[in-house]
Write a protein that binds this ligand. Structure first.
Ligand SMILES: [Zn+2]
Length: 177
């Protein structure tokens, strides 16, 4: 598809705007928004005829989409585990956490180990026995949004990947808003 110079400029501007928006969303750990913006950016690169960049953004968007799906599954099981926990069914809680650790370790090995350790602790508890308040707080009330997130920032000028806490691009010096 042939596009005019003015269309090209418009699309390039839109890409820059969307990359900035995606960086802001990444800083707020809003993985859903980053994913949706990356799909948009991928489509815009395709309009420009830049298949390589289009593929790159599409691939990352798909990775985030898969992560979101896994998060939903984890969230669902954690809710079941919380319910079992409130009934004192620690064996069930332990089994759920060990199952979850096997899913999580593929994407976030450190978190996988934490889930496994908590599961084993639960399996070792006897019915009706309580655990310390502190470990309950750090494990059971885990903010699931913090699990599995590996968002990077993209420099709107040079397009390179940057660490999530970057304020300026270390390659070209562009300020990352
Ligand atoms: Zn840069």
């Amino acid at each position: 598809m042939k596009i005019s110079d003015s269309e090209r400029v418009n699309i390039e501007d839109a890409i820059k705007r969307k990359i900035r928006a995606a960086n802001r969303a990444a800083k707020m750990n809003n993985i859903r928004k980053v994913m949706s913006l990356y799909y948009d950016i991928s489509g815009l690169f395709l309009d420009l005829g830049n298949e390589e960049k289009a593929k790159m953004f599409n691939k990352t968007a798909k990775k985030y989409e898969a992560t979101l799906k896994i998060q939903e599954i984890i969230e669902k099981y954690i809710n079941i585990a919380k319910n079992e926990y409130s009934k004192g069914n620690y064996q069930n809680v332990g089994q759920i956490y060990i199952k979850l650790s096997n899913i999580i370790k593929k994407i976030d090995p450190k978190r996988g180990i934490e889930f496994r350790n908590f599961g084993e602790k639960m399996l070792n508890l006897k019915q009706g026995q309580s655990i310390s308040h502190q470990s309950k707080k750090s494990n059971q009330q885990e903010d699931i949004e913090q699990v599995l997130i590996d968002l990077v920032l993209i420099c709107p000028k040079c397009g390179r990947d940057l660490d999530p806490d970057s304020d300026i691009c270390k390659y070209c010096g562009t300020k990352i808003e």
